[in-house]
Design a protein around this ligand. Structure first.
Ligand code: SF4
Ligand code: SF4
Length: 116
């Protein structure tokens, strides 16, 4: 018997026999992965320019721009998860968000950033 036909006769593993690989088995695991640690530029909001259109909230891929349910205004930018992609600044129709070099701030959070 050739090695090819022998291989074809071997019983293949079913899905129950294969060990769990990259499966996510619990909820909210992304909360442990603070994507803000690799940010090189940070969004800075000018509240005087902001018209509360919420475009930045909808576009942020990290859901880092929070809405305070008791207040129609946003709850600040969560720098633990903001990765500095700049989408929020790009979609803002009134240029209320500017992206600034992270080195300017050191380890400090900005005035409009959500405190942890
Ligand atoms: S820079 Fe990117 S990740 Fe950070 S708040 Fe703006 S859209 Fe979200
Ligand atoms: S997109 Fe600009 S104007 Fe709209 S809520 Fe965000 S910061 Fe304010």
């Amino acid at each position: 018997m050739s090695s090819i036909s022998k291989h074809r006769k071997e019983k293949k593993k079913g899905w129950k026999d294969i060990p769990i690989g990259g499966a996510i088995t619990e909820q909210k695991t992304s909360l442990k992965n603070k994507t803000g640690s690799w940010r090189a530029i940070r969004p800075v909001l000018n509240p005087k320019k902001c018209t509360q259109c919420m475009m930045c909230v909808y576009y942020c891929p990290e859901n880092s721009i929070h809405i305070d349910n008791d207040n129609p205004e946003r709850g600040g930018i969560d720098l633990d998860y903001c990765k500095g992609c700049g989408l929020c600044a790009n979609v803002c129709p009134v240029n209320a968000i500017t992206m600034e070099e992270e080195s300017v701030f050191g380890n400090k959070k900005g005035k409009n950033d959500k405190e942890k």
